[in-house]
Write a protein that binds this ligand. Structure first.
Ligand SMILES: Cc1cc2nc3c(=O)[nH]c(=O)nc-3n(C[C@H](O)[C@H](O)[C@H](O)COP(=O)(O)OP(=O)(O)OC[C@H]3O[C@@H](n4cnc5c(N)ncnc54)[C@H](O)[C@@H]3O)c2cc1C
Ligand code: FES
Ligand code: FES
Length: 1337
């Protein structure tokens, strides 16, 4: 062994994009992501979460494996990969594979041209996942692609276009790449898409460059020869941590004896998260990368022995190989492990995470430990003193995250045994989202039968998620031994499990009744699985009933298929006129190469500093003191910024100034910003921010939930009401009256790019320049100026693009910008801050949770006559935009239904939560969701099909809404009919009914839901926009307008409008950014109205310029654009014009219920079919058809992108995304680990989207319509399809009649609603008798 001296510091050698980088002082705490972004300036790779949960940071890591003489390529999360783990590795980032300037890589080109990049922030990560897959498998299957994307999230696109684009690489579904077909490319031919013609593809694959695997960058030969040498031990010494990489097992064991508290880091997927988010410090890290014994894989007599550094990807590969080779009875356990691995994290994590890390973390929700424990795997432990072998049994885990392994020991290997004849093994994992999610309950189940019988010889049931450790249900198992496998055993086992698997009602993680039910339901699945196998072996007289068979099918997803239908441009439209054509997002290619610059990609100023927020840990308290001494002692810290440093006003807010920039004496929510640390680097600033000590005096009451607010009458003023007709009469006319309630949970925006601001003091006259990721440039300018005490004219706010906004950057982003500007003003240096995901989720609020209570009167035939509905929204600790959001909910309380007598009242609850804010739909979805709840209740009460009741109540053209607006150009009926047709609604319904008759434990549901969405800001003054258009003497055109680009393609549409108006090709037109010094007083880019408003302003400016050029065109009709421009210039004509637009005839008065709140309405209808697993609560989205009226589409590709993206965000809202708050207002869900947005696997297996044809809208630019928000609500069709399926399940248990289902319809809610004999064994704890872990806010 070569000893390494304590002070010796090695150089780290790494190749990045083919270039050698030698890092002399590699910092062990630095991640690869920080290194490539900060040190190498390669900003294409993005930071989305820093916890391995979003994939934005994906890069390809290639290593030479000397033992197999092989180069391996892996997709890796750069945010978790320690730089030091990459010695002698080659890293490829998105910049390394292609660029717009040189040559695009096909992976980059195809995602862009297939419209798979909207905001583009996820795009580099998705590209690198795909690129790595192609490096390993140039002709993948669709399944390979879906697996490769398990660790990538996109918040904009709805995933469909990404899959469509990449399908062209596949062997089976793939395209001929323009080479194989007589009549062009296979993908452009009619057979690709079905549905009403004319159907046009959204992109043309024959334009795609073919993939040529021989052109990829090669693995650096230098690394290959370095890899062949015997490695030397390494030591990297950092500021607080040292990284030691010994080169022999002996040395590793000596080091472990010397540093018993040292962590053994392989994948760093646990340790990295602990260091970043739990603020843990491990001064010594031991990397066993060179220790061959830990990577060995050996077939033994009893099974396969794996060294504990073997990664999960390799584990899966080896087990698959064994399953192929061995008789299936021997591999029952291997198959169960593979099933667990299928749903274990994403590919990037599995590529680096090791078996040992999973065992040794001893997490109670580990997916492998229950399997290893139920199998009784043998573990070999080793220390300097020698080896010992122990069994993974109930004694192995000694407490929460503790094991029987001694501090000086390491876990050397695990032997995973073969199963025997007469032994059966299953593993199950239940989680809120199927892909890449941590388990709610996870288990391994193992039964051994006495020779050729169905009598239990031994049984082990091991669960995770039910206690602080993985547990074995020994009491239950002991009582099952010696008994035949049959109904009686099953029933007893369920009762025993209900007794043994108890949970405190306050158990961390909540969902107590559900988790208990799961332990039984999963056992029931195991029981049926084994019963079936025994029957097949003729060892049981009984087999699984045919209607029970689907209960034992493993959850699998079919590859999605899709159809998009839109109206082609009229024949004869000039080819240069791109309006109405599916043009690619103009930044898509740059986004795909990493060249697109987002706020945090702006190069650093030399004297720039970084800011980290200090936030409150109490929901309601006085600040008694703030101690900064420890923080100031952290190296690199420059200052602490508090309310005292604000030169102007500390009061802020988008409408009313009712909140502070920095809390002065009182905090009113957890996450309230109290101050900020400014330091030389992000690491130092964040470390110091954590060292600030605040003492509080807690105040009462702490109001967290809507329920609390109602009890305390804690409401903001005013209370809003819309009333029409006569309620008393309406209820008298009704045959039936029923009451109901629904709670609609909030939603986190989860834009992939978190809030970011760079503030640069200009040094003169208090001028400040801000680079911000915001939807509201002018508002940012105004509130920053107010806080700095300078006129707005001294502050410039610039927005290049955002990595998603969705309303989350409309008003809440201004607070961060103000804090950063105040800090920059204080230190007189540029200051930057990009919030970490957990901070962003904590401080920035989200969609308002709503509670709706209704009383509805209706006729026997389902016609609704009267409705009295009350809405409560959880506004949080300041007003923000809550009033307009509540108003919009009330404006949408009717959805599409004509109710003669109606009253809606709305309250805004003032609570101790971070202020909730705008979110796509802006209260509309919540308003309509309540409507769909009462109408589905009415259908159930009347015993009528819900679609019939909905249709009967629909408005007709020319009818009047409760707010007295006439419905003109009302297209709902057309959308409805087309949607019924394209979804085969009635045939589908018959199939669903038949399915439900034949299946007891899985049920299908179907629903059709309409939507009507009012377009305009309801604050009338915001319905204005400006534009500035310059024509330069070379003929090039620069446009600035009031809107911001957040992925929705606004700039693309503006260029299309300018191109048609000026009659010049788009190549001559450019938009650089949005800035307050070019177009002033802009409205936020929101309310879906930005294309309408800014489009008209751009059109107006272009018209002015055209008029000025008219003479020159007339005098030289054959001349070129450039010639006309030049002539005008020499004639001293002003070639710059501004444009302006205000929407006419708007204004509504709540007092008199008169005036027009909306310019027009957008309409749509969706049909969805789902399948639920009644035993686990999981569901699959089988089919969705959407017909959306977007007027005459400006750009069908962008509009379909908005429809699908909004729909998927709605799927998240209504079925998946759940914020968990403690009763004290502490937000638990602060990252993708706990907060699940839809992933690739959540898109409907079959998706049809049609833009309604021949539906011009005379009230917006070029007859188009707004599209950003309206389609979101159509995802309610999935929710109500789930409710329909639950109804079928409840009917089996004899439960009929309406039932309450709150949103989102999570697995927990679905399972709990499917009441049956198992749920009866696990009744929910009595409310009020305990303090729950979380509360419904
Ligand atoms: C995004 C994400 C998703 C995840 N999803 C899942 C999931 O679905 N299911 C699940 O179960 N887990 C999941 N995890 C947890 C984690 O990935 C696994 O536990 C993983 O197996 C840990 O391996 P590692 O090599 O990265 O561990 P590391 O972080 O490198 O180490 C973890 C711990 O193990 C110790 N250790 C490692 N090897 C040894 C050894 N040989 N001897 C002694 N101690 C050792 C280390 O000292 C450390 O304490 C997820 C994590 C992330 C970040
Ligand atoms: S930033 Fe790395 S996975 Fe999200
Ligand atoms: S395009 Fe995927 S997150 Fe925006």
């Amino acid at each position: 062994m070569e000893e390494i001296s304590q002070n010796h510091h090695d150089e780290l050698i790494i190749f990045v994009n083919g270039k050698k980088v030698v890092e002399r002082y590699a910092e062990p705490e630095m991640t690869l992501l920080t290194f490539i972004r900060r040190k190498l300036g390669l900003t294409g790779t993005k930071l989305g979460c820093a916890e391995g949960g979003c994939g934005a940071c994906t890069v390809m890591v290639s290593r030479f494996n000397p033992h197999h003489n092989q180069i391996v390529h892996h997709a890796v999360n750069a945010c978790l990969a320690p730089l030091c783990s990459l010695h002698h590795c080659a890293v490829t980032t998105v910049e390394g594979i292609g660029s717009v300037a040189n040559k695009l890589h096909p992976v980059q080109e195809r995602i862009a041209k297939a419209h798979g990049s909207q905001c583009g922030f996820c795009t580099p990560g998705i590209i690198m996942s795909m690129y790595t897959l192609l490096r390993n498998s140039p002709q993948p299957t669709m399944q390979n692609i879906e697996e490769a994307f398990q660790g990538n999230l996109c918040r904009c696109t709805g995933y469909r276009p990404i899959l469509e684009g990449y399908k062209t690489f596949t062997k089976v579904e793939g395209c001929c790449q323009g080479r194989g077909m007589a009549n062009g490319c296979c993908m452009t031919s009619e057979h690709q898409v079905h549905g009403p013609s004319p159907v046009q593809p959204l992109f043309n694959p024959s334009e795609f460059m073919p993939l040529d695997p021989t052109q990829e960058i090669i693995f650096p030969p230098e690394l290959m020869s370095l890899g062949k040498k015997t490695p030397r031990s390494l030591r990297f010494i950092g500021e607080r941590v040292q990284w030691i990489q010994p080169n022999s097992l002996k040395e590793l064991l000596e080091l472990k004896a010397m540093y018993p508290a040292a962590k053994l880091v392989v994948g760093n997927t646990e340790v990295g998260v602990e260091m970043k988010f739990k603020n843990l410090l491990y001064p010594v890290i031991l990397s066993p990368a060179y220790i061959q014994e830990l990577s060995n894989i050996q077939y033994t007599e009893n099974g396969i022995e794996f060294g504990t550094s073997v990664t999960l990807t390799v584990l899966g590969k080896v087990l698959r190989g064994a399953i192929d080779k061995l008789p299936s009875y021997k591999t029952e356990l291997f198959q169960a492990i593979l099933e667990q691995l299928r749903w274990f994290a994403g590919q990037q994590i599995r590529n680096v995470a090791a078996i040992g890390g999973n065992i040794m973390t001893a997490s109670p929700i580990s997916d492998l430990n229950p399997v290893f424990m139920a199998a009784g795997c043998k573990l070999t432990l080793m220390s300097k003193e020698g080896k010992r072998i122990i069994k993974m049994d109930e004694k192995f885990f000694t407490g929460y995250r503790k094991t029987a392994v001694k501090p000086d020991e390491i876990l050397l290997s695990i032997e995973i045994p073969y199963t025997k004849k007469g032994q059966y093994f299953s593993a199950f994992k239940q989680s809120p989202r199927k892909e890449d999610d941590i388990a709610t309950v996870t288990c391994g189940m193992n039964v051994v039968f006495q020779d050729s019988s169905n009598v239990v010889q031994d049984i082990q049931l091991s669960y995770g998620g039910m206690a602080p450790t993985t547990v074995l249900t020994t009491a239950t198992c002991n009582r099952l031994i010696g008994r035949p496998w049959g109904k009686k055993l099953m029933e007893d086992a369920c009762s025993f499990l209900a007794e043994e698997m108890m949970l405190s009602p306050s158990a961390p993680g909540g969902m107590v009744a559900y988790r208990r039910t799961l332990t039984i339901s999963l056992f029931f699945k195991f029981y049926l699985t084994v019963l079936h196998k025994l029957a097949q072996e003729h060892l049981s007289d009984e087999d699984v009933r045919s209607d029970y068979a689907s209960a034992i099918e493993l959850f699998h997803l079919d590859s999605p298929t899709s159809v998009q239908i839109y109206q082609a441009v009229p024949p004869g439209q000039c080819t240069d006129d791109v309006v109405g054509r599916p043009m690619m997002h103009l930044s898509a290619l740059k986004q795909a190469t990493g060249e697109a610059v987002y706020c945090d990609d702006i190069p650093h100023y030399e004297n720039e500093l970084y800011l980290a927020l200090v936030t409150s840990s109490k929901a309601h308290a006085y600040i008694k003191s703030i101690e900064t001494a420890d923080a100031m002692a952290v190296p690199g810290v420059v200052t602490f910024v508090s309310a005292k440093d604000i030169p102007g006003s500390n009061m802020t807010g988008p409408v009313v100034y009712d909140e502070t920039v920095l809390a002065d004496d009182q905090v009113t929510c957890v996450g309230h910003i109290v101050g900020a640390i400014v330091a030389d680097t992000q690491v130092h600033a964040q470390r110091a921010a954590k060292a600030i000590k605040i003492t509080y005096e807690e105040l009462q009451p702490v109001i967290v939930t809507i329920e609390d607010a109602i009890i305390n009458q804690s409401f903001y003023k005013p209370v809003r009401m819309i009333e029409n007709g006569n309620l008393t009469e309406g209820f008298q006319e009704s045959d039936n009256i029923m009451e109901g309630e629904i709670h609609i949970g909030g939603q986190e925006h989860f834009y992939l790019e978190t809030n970011c601001t760079l503030a640069v003091p200009r040094g003169e006259d208090g001028e400040m320049e801000l680079f911000v990721s915001t939807q509201a440039a002018s508002k940012t300018q105004a509130v920053v100026a107010k806080a700095l005490g300078v006129p707005a004219s001294h502050v410039v706010c610039r927005v290049k693009r955002m990595g998603g906004g969705f309303g989350g950057k409309e008003s809440r982003s201004t607070i961060l910008s103000t804090v950063v500007a105040v800090a920059a003003h204080k230190v007189r240096r540029p200051v930057r801050c990009m919030l970490d995901r957990d901070e962003d989720m904590l401080v920035s609020g989200g969609r308002h949770p709503f509670f709706g209570r209704y009383k509805v009167g209706f006729k026997k035939n389902g016609k609704v006559v009267a409705l009295d509905v009350t809405y409560y929204s959880n506004a949080g600790n300041s007003m923000d935009l809550s009033l307009s959001i509540l108003e919009r909910a009330l404006f949408h309380m009717d959805n599409c239904y004509n109710i003669p007598h109606i009253r809606g009242i709305g309250y805004m609850c003032k609570t101790n939560l971070p202020s909730n804010t705008a979110f796509r739909g802006f209260g509309g979805p919540q308003g309509m969701m309540v409507a769909e709840s009462w109408i589905s209740d009415v259908a159930v009460c009347c015993g009528l099909p819900a679609d019939q009741v909905r249709k009967m109540n629909l408005y007709k053209q020319g009818e009047i809404t409760p707010f007295n607006q006439c419905l003109e150009q009302f297209t709902i009926e057309r959308c409805w009919e087309e949607c019924v047709n394209i979804s085969d609604f009635y045939q589908r319904k018959a199939r669903v009914e038949l399915y439900n008759k034949q299946h007891r434990w899985t049920k299908r549901g179907l629903s059709i839901i309409p939507t009507k969405f009012g377009i305009s800001f309801t604050a009338v003054f915001l319905n204005q926009a400006g534009a500035l258009v310059h024509i330069y003497t070379d003929g090039s055109v620069l446009i600035t307008h009031g809107g911001t680009e957040m992925g929705q393609g606004l700039h693309t549409k503006m260029i299309q409008i300018a191109s048609r108006t000026l009659e010049i090709p788009i190549s001559k037109i450019h938009i650089s950014e949005t800035s307050t010094n070019t177009v002033p007083n802009t409205s936020p880019t929101a309310a879906s109205a930005s294309s309408d408003l800014n489009g008209m302003a751009v059109y107006n400016a272009c018209q002015t310029l055209l008029q000025r050029l008219e003479t020159y065109k007339a005098s030289n009709p054959k001349g070129s654009w450039e010639e006309w421009v030049k002539a005008a210039y020499f004639d001293r004509v002003n070639l710059s014009a501004n444009g302006f637009y205000r929407t006419p005839d708007l204004g509504y008065d709540f007092e008199t219920n008169s005036g027009r709140p909306f310019n027009y309405f957008s309409y749509g209808v969706a049909v969805s079919e789902v399948e639920i697993d009644c035993l686990t609560g999981s569901h699959k989205n089988l089919h969705t058809s959407i017909v959306m009226d977007v007027g005459k589409s400006l750009n069908p590709a962008l509009d379909i992108g908005q429809v699908e993206g909004a729909f998927m965000q709605g799927v998240g809202l209504f079925t998946l995304e759940e914020l968990h708050y403690s009763p004290q207002g502490y937000l638990y869900t602060r990252g993708p680990g706990m907060y699940k947005i839809p992933a690739f696997g959540d898109i409907p297996t079959e998706l049809k989207v049609s833009l309604l044809r021949d539906a011009p809208n005379e009230r917006a630019i070029f007859s188009s319509k707004a599209v950003g928000e309206p389609p979101l609500f159509l995802a309610a069709s999935v929710f109500y399809a789930i409710k329909d399926a639950i109804f079928a399940a409840r009917t089996e248990s004899g439960l009929t009649g309406p039932f309450r289902l709150d949103s989102p319809a999570t697995p927990e809610r679905i399972r709990n609603a499917c009441e049956d004999r198992f749920t009866k064994l696990c009744p929910p704890p009595e409310p009020g008798t305990y303090t729950p872990w979380d509360v419904q806010v």
